[in-house]
Design a protein around this ligand. Sequence first.
Ligand code: ADP
Ligand code: MG
Length: 299
Amino acid sequence: MGSRFEITVVSTNEELGHINIEEAIAEITRIEKLISAWNPDSETSLINKNAGIKPVKVSLELFNLIERAKQLSNLTDGAFDISYSSLDKVWRFDGSMKDIPTKEQIKNSISKIGHEKIILDTKAQTVFLKQKGMKISFGAMGKGYAADKAKSLLVSKQVIAGIINAGGDLTTWGTKASGEKWLIGIANPLNKERIFSWLPIVESSVATSGNYEKFVTFKGKRYSHIIDPRTGYPTIGINSVSIFAKDAELCDALATAVYVMGTETGLSLINQLANTEVIIVDDKNKMFKSDGVLFETNP
Ligand code: ADP
Ligand code: MG
């Protein structure tokens, strides 16, 4: 999925622990095959190929994932949108961009974006992208989804505790073998080497979106890989967003969404959602947190 997964399990038996890890890897690989927009044989690619042509019958799993993605678009006023993907050709983060895109290119691409143009038919279990050239992809929620699924697989195999870490987006269950809570360190924005504080992660997940990994720089300005689907331009103002909630998929998607929405709107959205918290570091390295974040400075 374009990022490094780390799997930790607590087990009374080392051999069994390794078997469980292999099972988790197989599950993540299975999901990648289903949702990857790069793999031409995936269900997702089939949907994209038939944009503007016809509805495509898909597995219930992918159908439900797309349904949840659309709900997230509604919740975030379109800040999160899996059809942002038609901009992939315009904003490229593989080193092949020579200049920022023209206004014309942006306009052309955003005309093919819109979660309301992803048509779901529950009865027929089909997905139809209404417009030719439309594309969906799961860069902003797939890792979280895969982590959740790997976790539930292991839970179903009676693995008592563990961590599925999908490139920094992670979900945990149970406790360390010692009985202590899993803790996540929050880096001090002014000194990345130092942990600012520790938060216990009990039966829950965390995901971070930031501008420090994938970006391009033109004339000294940094353009991140998180793009406002409504304008077609990378959003500015925030360095990182970490979301804490039960499921990694929700954390992953909301981290991207809040990054796009900005500090004020993002905070107010998260404060309205039960059991969901956020820590935002803005581009002046100022830290903001939702009402429920309580720091434990001495773990
Ligand atoms: P990371 O992959 O670094 O963990 P995110 O979870 O925030 O970061 O996902 C960013 C990826 O999501 C981008 O690389 C792109 O593929 C996709 N994306 C960018 N902007 C949006 C958006 N507004 N809505 C949905 N997906 C997006
Ligand atoms: Mg995300």
